[in-house]
Design a protein around this ligand. Sequence first.
Ligand SMILES: Nc1nc2c(ncn2[C@@H]2O[C@H](COP(=O)(O)OP(=O)(O)OP(=O)(O)O)[C@@H](O)[C@H]2O)c(=O)[nH]1
Ligand SMILES: *[C@@H]1O[C@H](CO)[C@@H](O)[C@H](O)[C@H]1NC(C)=O
Ligand SMILES: *[C@@H]1O[C@H](CO)[C@@H](O)[C@H](O)[C@H]1NC(C)=O
Ligand SMILES: [Mg+2]
Length: 526
Amino acid sequence: MIRMAPRFRLYRDRHKPFYYSLIIFSILALTTYIYLTFNITKLTEEKFVSYSYQDLDSETQHTFYKGCLDIKSYLNDASYRKSNASFVMLARNQELDDVLSTLCDIESHFNQWYHYPYVFLNDEPFTEEFKQRVRQNVTGSVQFGTLKELEWEFPNEVRETIEFTERIKDQADRGVMYGDLESYHKMCRFYSGLFYKHPLVRAYDWYWRIEPDVKFFCDITYDPFFEMERNGKEYGFTVVLQELYWSVPGLFRATRSYIRNNKIKLGSLWKLFAGSFEYAQTNDKYLEKTVLDEKLLKEKLEEKIKIDRLLQKTQKDDVDLNNKDDIGGLNHLINRAQSKVPIFDDKIDNEVFNLCHFWSNFEIAKRTVFDNPIYDEYFKHLEASGGFWKERWGDAPVHSLGLALTLDIEQIHYFRDIGYQHSTIVHCPKNAPQELQLPYIAGYDKFSKKDSKYYDPPFNVGSGCRCECPSRHLDIEDTSYPCMDFWLELAHGIEENTNFGDGEYFPYVDLDQREEEMKNEFYSNV
Ligand SMILES: Nc1nc2c(ncn2[C@@H]2O[C@H](COP(=O)(O)OP(=O)(O)OP(=O)(O)O)[C@@H](O)[C@H]2O)c(=O)[nH]1
Ligand SMILES: *[C@@H]1O[C@H](CO)[C@@H](O)[C@H](O)[C@H]1NC(C)=O
Ligand SMILES: *[C@@H]1O[C@H](CO)[C@@H](O)[C@H](O)[C@H]1NC(C)=O
Ligand SMILES: [Mg+2]
């Protein structure tokens, strides 16, 4: 699987003997290298091959297609119908250039063939110039909407408090990213709980959220809305990563209290965002609080077994301080007396937020994943807690936790074949093999493109169509630890150490049983 540097240059010249020994040495080194790599790879189950070079598909989670499709026949297929969908972008008038740059990417890579409409939203009216230039540069219809003051601003009773200004200001002192920008808080609140209620957004069943100054790198030759619908998907993402802890310290507590008070039965997507402390089933209160994983289980059970044995011996007055086992038991007893039961500040209902979330500046989703009573009430609950201004809750973690209230992992789609960049974060796939690439045919002359020699080279397990990734980019897929790992475990149904069913976690191991097994192992030959 590992690919080696494509070419290296040897300087053939005068010193032939040196040259030959160099070749022999190289061959030896190479053989050793291949041998070692092969074995290491086998030993570590290919852990060292970056995700971006691997086939990550599973039966339920895979790209809809590999490479490019013939768009004409796709559109003419009897089963195809255009979805009830639109793009949605919130933007300011002064961002026009960045807006056009995004539109250019969207049109040239996708919409020139599909002509989906656009909805633009702004807290102020869009200028004529903005509207005109946008209309000139897209191939779908465009609607411009404003937000009534009530939707955009925080509620009056909140804005009038001194605490409101103070809390936003003090986030600057505490170094919360964007924390002291009131407009940023408003934007996060708007995207968290209001955009899907806007009449222009409600006029469609599906939406694709885009932002000014984002980039797309690959051609999307199929209709993502239609494919999601036909594959039972409701929410699609391109980037999953961890949130900055200090922007959301209270979000998980507020979310859990909503779940508890409303007896919400969670979807299996919850497992992507919540870590569970429900590890061991036991009546022993001490062990229940301390055994949180397999390593602690071994440690703490051994301790318990040895202490129990020592105590038994004490009763029979049979303790022998020259006996290694008895001394061991004593040491365990002392260790236990000195050790503290761990306290977790953020352990709520036996769970912790792992900070993973889908990055919401890109979303392709069914509107009703948010526009439904459960999510709506959830937003109201969050709003009432004040977290959108007391802290700087982003719409991304709010969306993710909110989605997990209702959705199962199978309803989520990873658009791995869509190359995307927002700020410095890039996901860009490897191109599918050559036989799955097709020549580019412009839907509109103005989008005529560069020569195919500029496309990235094909790759045996790639999925992209005519991608031109930024050179030497570090893919977020390879750096988004631990979220990508969690996603892949769930996508492949191989997550370990968790039992989740009926909307909640339950203990993973029976501690009494493990204790019996361990005891037998220790004392079988006594
Ligand atoms: N109309 C309007 N749009 C806004 C406002 N604040 C943010 N937005 C839009 O909301 C989206 C996200 O806001 P940004 O400030 O770019 O947030 P970000 O992308 O997380 O942060 P950056 O990395 O700084 O770009 C963009 O589409 C902005 O145009 C606002 O006050 N008014
Ligand atoms: C937008 O359209 C106008 C008029 O067709 C054109 O002159 C301009 O170059 C376009 N801008 C972009 C960014 O495509
Ligand atoms: C699209 O969906 C919206 C919201 O569900 C609905 O009101 C509208 O009639 C639909 N449009 C079409 C063309 O089906
Ligand atoms: Mg931005």
